[in-house]
Design a binder for this molecule. Structure first.
Ligand code: SAM
Length: 361
């Protein structure tokens, strides 16, 4: 490893120039100009992830030319891409013109602990660029625009014509579930729980985490057929947890034909309220009194990362006509379904758990 000279510090938005401080009104205009060009940093991160720029740079500083050679791209445009990214804190250029990683650019590497590589691609998939321009319309009508743009609902499209987008979605959900699975395995109280179902549980990382923690626990993974078919290998035939798992393809808005001690519903009740009502109704129909229901969401009114949560909230409006919840809106839907809410607690820095019980009837 070569020791890098100190990286230049270029702040995102300068507050001074060589001729003195920048006035608040000039700063406001600068900031607004940056915001309206927000597509540029998003596209730059997407390009870097697609090209594998972060993966091509290790702990040894490299010039744009070196990196271009490794990636098989043109050096001058790559340098321009790197400078754009650097202005947002991804990569830094040293005084002798070498690029080094920053904490943020490392997260773009596929092999980084807590990698955001797949999530960066997912948040900037081609379909997102087709729905964002319709935001004013969605705000006017209160409805999603995805079916109008693509001719079918978001998940129908993803699993029929989504192609690479469906794979990117699965990989992004997998990396985010993997990270959350460890936190949840610590968080979830399994006292008195012999069976658990994860509704809309994706490839089953959260479920696998819980089953690994408690060798007596049995579990069901319910998700759309194409997702369940691609469940984590530990849960599939021959996998280490397969004998304690039922893989259940289905639509939780239609039915949840599972009796369990604990129902987990994580990051799924952020679609339209009618789908949430139907899902919670189906939980109530399937569960016995005393069963526990754990709804886990990122909240729009209590998040340390409000720019991320509010952006996701708007994207959910566009694609599934949905919304990120506030404590109040989630509590109201759970109460309407007849659930007895016991408490709301943070799981980690970005997720909250609503713990409820099915009352005696
Ligand atoms: C945002 S992902 C969350 C996945 C997982 N619970 C997690 O937190 O990592 C939403 C999940 O809901 C699933 N899903 C969407 N519509 C569904 C439906 N009608 N019935 C069951 N699952 C559904 C998707 O396939 C996807 O796995």
């Amino acid at each position: 490893m070569t020791t890098a000279p100190p990286a230049k510090t270029r702040t995102e938005t300068a507050t001074t120039t060589p001729t003195g401080p920048i006035s608040p009104s000039v700063q406001a205009a600068m900031r607004l100009r940056e915001i309206v060009f927000g597509a540029a940093p998003a596209a730059a991160v997407r390009a870097a992830a697609t090209l594998g720029v972060a993966d091509a740079l290790d702990d040894t500083p490299a010039t744009a030319e070196d990196l271009a050679g490794r990636l098989g791209v043109e050096p001058k445009p790559l340098r321009r891409l790197l400078l754009t990214l650097e202005s947002h804190g991804l990569f830094a250029e040293t005084d002798d013109g070498m690029f080094v990683h920053t904490e943020m650019s490392r997260l773009l590497r596929e092999d980084a602990p807590g990698s955001l590589h797949h999530i960066s691609l997912w948040c900037t998939e081609p379909w997102t660029w087709q729905v964002w321009p319709r935001l004013a319309e969605a705000v006017r009508t209160g409805s999603g625009v995805f079916p109008d743009v693509f001719g079918k609902s978001f998940f129908d499209y993803l699993h029929s014509e989504g192609g690479e987008s469906a794979r990117v979605f699965d990989r992004a959900m997998t990396s985010s579930s993997r990270q959350a699975a460890n936190d949840l395995a610590e968080f979830v109280d399994l006292t008195g729980v012999g069976s658990v179902v994860d509704i809309g549980g994706g490839q089953g990382f959260v479920l696998a985490g819980l089953l690994e923690r408690d060798p007596a626990l049995h579990g069901t993974l319910l998700d759309l057929p194409a997702v369940v078919a691609n469940a984590d290998s530990r849960l599939r035939d021959g996998g280490s947890l397969a004998d304690r798992v039922r893989l259940l393809p289905g639509d939780c808005r239609e039915a949840i034909p599972v009796r369990a001690d604990l129902y987990i519903i994580k990051n799924i009740l952020e679609w339209d309220d009618a789908s949430t009502r139907a899902t919670l109704r189906n939980v109530m129909a399937a569960a016995e009194p005393g069963a526990r229901v754990l709804v886990i969401e990122n909240l729009v009114d209590d998040s340390p990362s409000m720019r991320f949560t509010t952006a996701m909230d708007l994207l959910l409006l566009l694609n599934v006509g949905g919304a990120k919840h506030s404590k109040k809106s989630m509590t109201a839907l759970m109460a309407e379904a007849g659930l007895e809410l016991r408490d709301i607690r943070p799981v980690n820095s970005y997720l909250h758990a609503f713990q409820a019980v099915v009352p005696a009837r």
